[in-house]
Write a protein that binds this ligand. Structure first.
Ligand SMILES: [Fe+2]
Ligand SMILES: [Fe+2]
Length: 136
């Protein structure tokens, strides 16, 4: 069966640590989609969503540390985009914990579209800058 969110070669930034984290994020969104499609209960969905939220924070912290280390000039706007997603995921988690059926196709598409747009736009925008500085 094809993935809900297939990895595409043009997501690659050429920075190995970033690319492996992005692959894991895409994988977690696929896992969440499967759990939703299989009609898993809110406890299981909550666990997968928790894993996604935690790994998203790890990944954002990694990027933001690189921005600080290399004085990436567009860091502020980029960090605000990260905060926007963290907030959205926190809102979904809260509704889920309250027993609402929130993990709908709409929410899954929102996550997928956010990551797709962010990787292809904002993340690709820093890629040459960090690659030139030898970031792995
Ligand atoms: Fe990223
Ligand atoms: Fe980012």
């Amino acid at each position: 069966m094809s993935d809900f969110f297939p990895w595409k070669d043009h997501y690659a930034t050429g920075i190995p640590s970033i690319d492996s984290q992005h692959r894991r994020l895409v994988g977690l969104i696929n896992e969440l989609f499967l759990a939703m499609k299989e009609g898993k209960g809110n406890d299981i969905l909550g666990k997968v969503l928790h894993d996604l939220a935690a790994y998203t924070k790890t990944h954002f912290a990694h990027e933001e540390k690189l921005f600080a280390e290399h004085r990436y000039p567009k860091a502020a706007v980029h960090i605000r985009e990260h905060q926007g997603l963290v907030q959205q995921v926190a809102d979904v988690s809260k509704d889920l914990a309250a027993g609402k059926p929130v993990l709908t196709l709409r929410v899954m598409n929102l996550l997928k579209d956010w990551l797709n747009t962010h990787i292809l736009g904002s993340d690709q925008a820093y890629a040459p800058f960090l690659r030139e500085r030898g970031v792995q």
